[in-house]
Design a protein around this ligand. Structure first.
Ligand code: ADP
Ligand code: ADP
Length: 227
């Protein structure tokens, strides 16, 4: 589903992502892990072209991302980040509907899809769909962020430390929920974290990065953590 071929990003003379090649199969839960500054976020953002690469290639669903029109890319790839980026003046339901509206889905289909996602993320209580982001708990807001990323039913979901800002108990619950959503939807996920426990809990494959390079790419059970 995703193929990185010699993917490279330079800022000036510095290679912050250095010749990374890996394949993420359909339905895989791939976690990119490594120390701060090793190039995880940059790699992720080159998959959906938030950042242009300096060398190599990114294929998503067999297509080179440089040749896909932005709208097709947005339909194919959902993106969720730590700071969530919910629109503060929009209600939960409107936030979730962002991409389907950009894609001009009919209103009835959008309403149906929003209800589906509220149920999937157990947000279908207490008139929550009508609330504004500041009225939500941290955990609820994160779930809305992930629901929004899934709204247009993308093939691929990219997540950059989506649970980085919530307390440990909420984080625990969100991990369990995301695993369930992954099983139920069969989405291909690429998830960035610097937390090894989180990686081992969620991943079907772990990509270990260091200094911009791919050190290891394996199933969690095979992963050798250097002493
Ligand atoms: P990680 O997500 O693993 O913490 P990043 O991908 O955010 O790492 O960053 C990788 C490296 O690239 C870091 O050294 C960072 O300082 C550098 N970097 C990121 N963005 C820019 C930029 N716009 N200009 C110059 N250097 C950058
Ligand atoms: P692609 O050809 O890029 O893979 P699709 O056209 O198959 O994308 O659409 C992806 C998803 O979005 C599907 O679930 C499709 O039903 C839905 N979708 C896209 N555009 C519309 C639309 N205008 N009305 C209803 N559903 C849509």
């Amino acid at each position: 589903m995703i193929e990185l071929q010699g993917l490279t990003k330079c800022y000036g003379d510095t290679r912050v992502v250095d010749d990374i090649s890996l394949t993420v199969e359909q339905g895989e839960f791939c976690v990119l892990i490594g120390p701060s500054g090793c190039g995880k976020s940059t790699t992720l953002k080159m998959i959906n072209r938030l950042i242009a690469h300096s060398g190599g290639k990114v294929l998503v669903g067999g297509d080179d991302v440089t040749t896909l029109p932005p709208e097709r890319l947005r339909r194919r790839i959902g993106y969720a980040i730590q700071s969530i980026g919910l629109f503060p003046h929009w209600r939960v339901a409107d936030n979730i509907a962002t991409v389907p509206r950009l894609l001009k889905w009919p209103a009835s289909r959008i309403a149906e899809r929003v209800d589906e996602l509220l149920a999937l993320f157990q947000l279908d209580t207490d008139g929550l769909h009508d609330k504004y982001p500041h009225q939500l708990s941290g955990g609820q807001a994160q779930r809305v962020g992930v629901a929004r990323a899934l709204a247009a039913d993308p093939d691929v979901l990219l997540m950059d430390e989506p649970f980085g800002a919530v307390d440990p108990l909420t984080r625990d619950a969100l991990q369990v929920e995301l695993s369930r959503v992954h099983r139920q939807t069969g989405k291909t996920i690429v998830f960035v974290t610097h937390d090894m426990d989180e990686a081992l809990r969620l991943a079907s494959r772990v990509a270990l990065l260091n200094g911009g390079q791919l050190v290891q790419y394996d199933r969690p059970a095979e992963l050798l953590v250097a002493p």
